[in-house]
Write a protein that binds this ligand. Sequence first.
Ligand SMILES: [Fe+2]
Length: 353
Amino acid sequence: MIFRQLFDANSSTYTYLLGCADTRDAVVIDPVYEQHARDTALIRELDLKVRYVLDTHVHADHVTGAWLMRTALGAEIALSKRYDVENVDVPVDHGDVLAFGNCSLAVRATPGHTAGCITYVTNDQHMAFTGDCLMIRGAGRTDFQAGDEHEMWRSIREQIFTLPGDCLIYPGHDYFGRTVSTVQEEKQFNPRIGGDAREEDFVGFMENLGLPHPKLIDIALPANLKSGRPADNAMPEEITWGPVTITFAGVPEIQPDWVARHIGELYVMDVRSPGEFEGDLGHLEGAHLIPLDELRDRLGEIPRDKPVVAVCQSGKRSAMAAEILLKSGYERVANVAGGLIQWSRLALPFRSH
Ligand SMILES: [Fe+2]
């Protein structure tokens, strides 16, 4: 199974991407609204087809990216049927199974943090995605959103601690840089519910956390009751001057064939050395030579009234050039994907001699 753990530093949220290596079908667990572009870039690069977007619960600390993923990727939104949330396609409950290719996730109801919290367990019981129920050396708070520490106790003891000891625990958050634990580890070392803890120990601990009210609850909760659908149905701002995609590495990229068809409308900036520019590989019609190591000093030569596409041999130096331009306030900038090597592979036209 393909597995990626992603992190949103603002809310300390983990997002998980799971995919079937045979069929490329995938699921996303707990996407964060602001990370939509990053997450979809990875999904595109790994060539995955997202079937379901799952939230372990209705979050109070960040807005879910579920609706954005459904709209952009055609995924179905799955959430516990114990909530009353709009835009849910697949209401799930304890015992349900969600399949993606040759993989699947079993739904275990683990209420306590909220009434509809779910733990998703892989079919081989090797991984459990516990949301804000059991966390690494911790557990989700139980003091709002119908939280109940007695229910949480039962959920952890009966639904999570009954999994195999080597089952990996992937929580919804971690605030200390910890990424994964195991059932056995938490049974032994969890300071709230591990070791010889009894229910009254756990409840006493949880009743006295003294946590501040979540900062974003007044924004996050109403948005999440609509699965993260914005009031104006607007997708995040899109690039309109051309079919630019932002890679998982954060580079704005454009495909060579589109550039070839629109070359007259673009400022083509070749950032190789003069020797390479006149060398075997040749250069593009109308290309302006600005070697990368001169770029910061020659920004004044680059127009702002048309889109700039940066090109080099393989698309690496030009990616750096695109970054420099973006940081210098140029808005319509993209790197020609794969550079001139890819350009010639596609047999696109070079400057005619
Ligand atoms: Fe939560």
